[in-house]
Design a protein around this ligand. Structure first.
Ligand SMILES: [Fe+2]
Length: 474
């Protein structure tokens, strides 16, 4: 495990006991407004050092994650691994509940399309992950909270047994949100007890698994926001997840380009900081010559594309893309509505006028590709994106929208999925999807890095997805 999911290596200074956390509100603190105005000092629960990716990423405080706490690191030169694990575990678990806090029990049931999942399911599934892979396999004598929950909340792990159909997750009114809360508390208590009682050697062995579980839960924290936004966007009376939320500010630099001369570059994850297995092996790649746009494509540019017949000109589109335009009646990016002749967009703060200067969001790969063709440009490859990002030349690479690349999501040379159920985490999805790079406004703090490879199908557009252009013209 450690060879595949490498741990964060850093030093814990003075972790705060979980007893203090319980005293200050327990595992489930009072609702915390998720406002971009919250960009002041985050509410840290302990004075620990944070994960240090091989290249530190400075990203804008994302709106939904503004008051989130980065996941503390697990490893310490001076021992205390049990305490570090407790701190990291509770920090991430609390963030899930913080993001849940604006939602009613009814909000948590809805599944507005097969690709999205109910908030209640996200909360339970991330709990099942720890119950199944940590407690079930490593904690002797652990009793599952409920005998049917493994069936209900297994997502796609065939090795872990049968599971409920994904598209029917929204059919379940039971267990209710409160029962899911009880499930989370049961597993949290067992995990914390296990961390304290397992012993140093056992903890060293399971720490990489815990890291995977925490990063897995952070991925679902982002999905919780994109999924509830999609559900709210179907509501004729558009609800606000957080009325005080505002779209993150972007960097305005005009149409400057970053030139990458032809060269061989190392891409992929190279050090021992945490990464998913799909980011390795690091390898050399030929990149360039190419120019990448420093800035993200804006709504104003997208509206120009629309007004120029972008959605009705078949020569701009891939065949599958133009079929999607027809089948889905696309006339604009996802979550856009025309109100009294003006374009509006459904946001976490409800329906808002489209800001022409903001980066375009909720576009599919098909749309991004058509826009690039209309512009006389292209989408960059993921290698070009990574090389430019490593050089620090891309504005808004992180924290606003994931950026589509033209790279197929495929294994790096030499990649092999690990054995066992967790080998299903990434490897089996390496076909028919496209890579997105960067991170979005909904990505939890501490979860972004330059080598991160996100992936979605080309028609997907309910995530916070946008683009930057590439130019291969000589
Ligand atoms: Fe999952």
């Amino acid at each position: 495990m450690r060879g595949v999911f490498q741990p964060w290596i850093s030093r814990c200074r003075a972790p705060r006991a979980e007893d203090d956390i319980m005293a200050s509100g327990g595992f489930y603190p009072a609702p915390d407004p998720l406002s971009r105005t919250d960009v002041g000092e985050p509410k840290r629960r302990c004075n620990v050092s944070f994960p240090r990716p091989e290249i530190q990423v400075t990203k804008p405080a994302s709106a939904a994650a503004a008051s989130a706490v980065p996941c503390p690191s697990l490893f310490s030169d001076s021992g205390g691994l049990a305490q570090n694990l407790v701190e990291a575990y509770l920090t991430v678990r609390n963030e899930t509940e913080r993001r849940t806090s604006p939602l009613t029990p009814e909000d948590q049931v809805i599944q507005s399309m097969p690709d999205a999942s109910p908030a209640k399911w996200h909360r339970a599934h991330t709990t099942w992950f720890f119950e199944q892979f940590l407690l079930g396999e490593h904690c002797q004598g652990y009793q599952p909270f409920h005998p049917d929950y493994a069936f209900l909340f297994n997502s796609y792990y065939v090795s872990a047994g049968p599971r409920h159909a994904r598209h029917q997750r929204g059919h379940l009114t039971r267990p209710g949100a409160d029962e899911v809360t009880a499930y989370r508390r049961h597993v949290d208590a067992a995990v914390v007890k296990f961390f304290h009682e397992a012993g140093e050697d056992a903890l060293k062995a399971i720490a990489p698994l815990v890291e995977v579980g925490l990063n897995h839960e952070q991925q679902h924290q982002e999905l919780m926001l994109t999924d509830i936004l999609h559900a709210f966007a179907q509501n004729p009376i558009p609800p606000a997840y957080d009325p005080a939320w505002t779209f993150p500010a972007s960097t305005r630099t005009g149409d400057k380009w970053v030139s990458l001369n032809e060269g061989i570059h190392t891409v992929g994850h190279t050090d021992d900081s945490f990464h998913f297995d799909n980011e390795k092996p690091a390898h050399r790649a030929l990149v360039g010559p190419v120019k990448l746009a420093r800035k993200l494509v804006t709504n104003a540019e997208w509206i120009a594309f629309m007004q120029d017949g972008g959605y009705t000109t078949p020569t701009l589109w891939l065949m599958d893309g133009f079929a999607a335009v027809g089948n889905e009646a696309w006339q604009a990016p996802g979550h856009w509505r025309e109100v009294d002749g003006e374009w509006h967009i459904m946001t976490l703060a409800g329906l808002k006028p489209v800001d022409p200067s903001a980066p375009v969001c909720h576009v599919s790969y098909y749309e991004a590709d058509a826009f690039a063709r209309w512009s006389g440009k292209h989408l960059p490859t993921e290698m070009e994106w990574e090389v430019a990002a490593r050089a620090g030349q891309l504005n808004d690479a992180f924290g606003i929208v994931w950026q589509w690349t033209r790279s197929a999501y495929s294994p790096y040379p030499g990649y092999r999925a690990i054995e066992g159920a967790l080998g299903e985490y990434n490897g089996k999805f390496m076909v028919n999807q496209l890579v997105l790079r960067g991170s979005s406004l909904a990505t939890p703090e501490g979860h972004s890095r330059i080598t991160y490879r996100n992936f979605f199908y080309p028609h997907h557009r309910w995530q916070f997805t946008g683009l930057r252009l590439a130019d291969y013209a000589t």
